[in-house]
Structures are given as structure tokens and as C-alpha cells.
Design a protein around this ligand. Structure first.
Ligand SMILES: [Zn+2]
Length: 145
């Protein structure tokens, strides 16, 4: 263990040698306490542990027939994991809603298609108008006549 310039004793101390014109002009030390930006964060140095050690309340310890230790997740933990997996991604939901909105706006801008019953009624009305005496007098004829 070494002592930093700031007064902290630590195993993680870095000594920086300063030079000017190729000559040694002095040295400084730094530790995670006084220069946290110069060192990797503590979580990078932490040991990776299995889930049953990190969350012991979510696992049941049991022994197999050959005596090996087994960890089984509890029903509540499994339900939580399933809920997390099945929860829709908010970005996907937003993208789907945006696409639906775009589709609705596009559909509003399109001319409406008539049903066959509507077309039938319009055609019969057209024939009535064309067959009327006023249309005959004006010289209007149905298409193809
Ligand atoms: Zn220090």
C-alpha cells in the first residue's frame, strides 16, 4: 500500500513523472479518491456473480440425487421475468402508433370507393335522368347510344 499526495493510502496509486526539455522535473501521484477520472470505475473491477448470489431471495437452494447444489428460481421471480420479457418495447409501441396514424391520414386523403349497391343505385338514377323528356329535348344520350 502506498500513500498518495492527497494523503490517502491505497493499492491503486499512479505516479506521473513530469519532464521539460527531456529532463525530469518532478513527479505527482494520484489515486481514485483525488482523480476518479483517471481510473476505471469500481463496477468494472467488481467480480461477476451468478444471479442466485446477487438475488438470493429469488432462488431456492436444493440438492440433486448425486448431492450437487441446485438453485431454482421461485415462482414469483419466474413470473417477474416473464412479465419483463412479454412487456412490449415502448419504442415499438410508439413506432406502431405513428405508422397507424400515418396510414389513417393517407386513407383520409384517398377518394372513397363506392359499394356495388351504391354504384347500382347511381347507374339506375343516371338511366332515369337520361330517359327523361328534358334530357331527350336537350339531345343528351346515354353512353353508347
Ligand atoms: Zn489521492
Amino acid at each position: 500500500m502506498s500513500k498518495c499526495d492527497c494523503g490517502v493510502e491505497s493499492f491503486r496509486i499512479r505516479t506521473i513523472f513530469h519532464e521539460a526539455n527531456g529532463r525530469y522535473v518532478g513527479q505527482t501521484t494520484e489515486c481514485p479518491q483525488c482523480a476518479p477520472g483517471s481510473f476505471e470505475p469500481q463496477w468494472l473491477r467488481d467480480k461477476i456473480v451468478p444471479a442466485y448470489e446477487a438475488y438470493p431471495e429469488r432462488y431456492r437452494k436444493s440438492y440433486s440425487e448425486d448431492g450437487a447444489v441446485c438453485y431454482t428460481s421461485t415462482d414469483e421471480a419466474r413470473a417477474d421475468y416473464e412479465a419483463k420479457i412479454l412487456r412490449p418495447n415502448p419504442d415499438d409501441v410508439a413506432a406502431k402508433e405513428k405508422a397507424l396514424q400515418r396510414r389513417r391520414e393517407w386513407a383520409k386523403s384517398q377518394p372513397k370507393k363506392l359499394t356495388s349497391a351504391q354504384l347500382e343505385s347511381i347507374n339506375s338514377r343516371r338511366q332515369q335522368i337520361l330517359a327523361s323528356p328534358a334530357a331527350q329535348a336537350a339531345g343528351v344520350h346515354a353512353k353508347g347510344e
